[in-house]
Design a protein around this ligand. Sequence first.
Ligand code: IPD
Length: 273
Amino acid sequence: MEHSTPPSSELLEIAIGVARDAAGTAYRMRAEGVSVAATKSTITDVVTAADRAVERQITAALRQLRPADAVLGEEYGTAERGNQPPARVRWIVDPIDGTVNYLYGLPHCAVSIAAEVDGQVVAGVVRNIHTGEEWTATVGGGAWRAGQRLRCSTETDLAQALVVTGFGYDPRRRAHQARVVAELIAHVRDIRRLGAAAVDLCLVAEGRADAYYEKGLAAWDQAAGALVAAEAGLRIGGLKGLAPGPDMVVAAPPALFDALHDHLARLDASGGP
Ligand code: IPD
């Protein structure tokens, strides 16, 4: 049984090194040409050879550096740990968040790695594969990019807020999400759909948009990005007092949270398929 875990700063250093190498691999594979290797939940939910290769690389690196830890990844799920006792540290990995952008060569996709200790995310890094922008956070240690501490938007009026969201891959879910956004857009400055939840959360963390919400995120889409956002001062929650999760993640400055929340609750944004 593991009694002590390294400080979150040490876990972050590991995550950063692994994410940089992984982003390098993803970038090279994109330059060499990329195609769809398989589809997952629907025909638009694609996986490329790079998603798989990058996740294998990340898992192997983490295994080497921290053999007793668990790893949860988007493409391969929970990596086998043999007959070892339950791990206190779990790495949550999205090898390429924004796979469709990656496929099309759109520069809004990232490697996302978070470290969880006893079920709480304590460190995370999101690294843009194309631009090299790198957002990091540790719990209680702030959110950072390029040596600058990040602070979220100070906007207080939802009518002037730029709101980022995303859509799932299931057409019925998308139809519901589109109805929600069609109503919400009349109450905000504008809507953006950029295509990579991890990066979306980091952009909101540094005030390059004001708020974010999405239904249907998996743990790997949001673990690192949500820590970056929270450490930059955003309030993160679900609807009607629920914790953020697959039903809904709302990330908004404290002064905007209730107004955005109330619209989303009224529009049943966490409902539907
Ligand atoms: C997707 C992206 C997208 C979001 C979807 C996610 P993937 O992740 O983050 O922005 O709207 O909900 O599934 O499939 O590119 O790793």
